[in-house]
Design a protein around this ligand. Structure first.
Ligand SMILES: [Zn+2]
Length: 321
């Protein structure tokens, strides 16, 4: 795939920050308060991998965010290499750069996180956990698993950021971010593929729903217009879907955006928890001064109370739309 500006904010800042933030509350108590002490970092760091990709123009970073399933001539998802080792045996560097390495990279991050837990290296735990949260978020965005990553093959350009950034920003404040307690994943390799497979299974319908909607929608009302009534481009040079069209698409998706965000939160909590268990459940309580944990307790209780009602607080996301 080619690098597209519409991928600049995968899940948008709104989505990624909500995913990492909410995941902290699904952790078991032995992990929760350590993570909560650093929840601002975990939340803000959620968008850093995308910045690394574009601002630093880091070539190695780009393929970590996607896997192009469905590339003509490629094999079906179930026959794809399961691990990075198998992938490297099958594809050369250039091919991997083009295909993307998302599920394999998630597995690598899990190894790194497990090691960091084992060694009780605080800074590394936090960095890797936050980054892993980002990639799991990406994996839950259907178009990050598809060769048709921006609807470019079906005349739907711009749908990528429309789905993952504009919609969460418009409607995300009414979503419920409380997920179940983290569960242990006995097979990380299988789990990483489950995320990708489920996400990929939604690609056709999310694209089809938009195409169908476009046919029934007045043409001049699909995109935002400027004061002269001409179709307006945003700062990335893309046409932006109108508020009315966004509302109609969001409704027609029947909860898909919220469900995928919730899936992502659950995955992040499950993967973090699994790494900690595989590291032998190290005691994290001595990584921070006791006073800090105590001082944060009140804020935590307040947030948890709100979250139980489905609300999320504690941070503010900059608007992109
Ligand atoms: Zn990304």
């Amino acid at each position: 795939m080619t690098t597209s500006v519409s991928l600049l904010f995968a899940w948008g800042m709104y989505g990624h920050q909500h995913i990492n933030h909410a995941a902290v509350f699904a952790l078991p108590v032995e992990m929760r308060f350590f993570f909560y002490n650093h929840i601002d970092f975990i939340t803000e760091e959620a968008t850093i991998p995308d910045l690394r990709k574009y601002t630093l123009n880091d070539r190695a970073e780009n393929p970590r965010h996607f896997i192009d399933i469905g590339e003509p001539g490629t094999i079906p998802i179930d026959s794809m290499p399961r691990t990075m080792k198998e992938a490297k045996a099958k594809y050369d560097d250039k091919e991997l750069q083009k295909l993307g390495i998302l599920p394999w990279y998630i597995q690598e991050m899990m190894d790194k996180l497990t090691k960091a837990f084992k060694q009780k290296r605080k800074t590394e735990i936090l960095f890797i956990a936050a980054d892993l949260g980002h990639y799991l978020g990406d994996a839950n965005m259907p178009l990050h698993t598809s060769v048709n990553h921006d609807g470019q093959l079906t005349n739907q350009k711009g749908i990528h950021s429309f789905f993952e950034a504009q919609l969460p920003e418009y409607f995300g404040n009414s979503y419920n971010y409380k997920v179940n307690d983290a569960v242990y994943l006995p097979d990380v390799t299988a789990a990483s593929w489950d995320v990708v497979k489920h996400s990929n299974s939604l690609v056709d319908s999310m694209l089809l729903i938009e195409r169908n909607l476009k046919e029934t929608f007045p043409k001049e009302k699909i995109f935002k217009t400027d004061s002269k009534g001409d179709t307006a481009k945003n700062k990335f040079g893309l046409y932006v879907r109108s508020d009315e069209f966004a509302a109609a698409y969001h409704k027609a998706l029947n909860g898909m955006v919220e469900k995928q965000l919730r899936h992502a939160i659950q995955d992040v909590a499950n993967f973090w928890y699994t790494a900690w268990v595989n590291a032998g459940k190290p005691d994290l309580s001595d990584l921070d001064p006791e006073e800090l944990t105590k001082a944060n307790r009140k804020r935590y209780e307040k947030e948890m109370k709100l979250l139980k009602k489905g609300e999320l607080m504690g941070f503010k996301v900059e608007n992109e739309y």
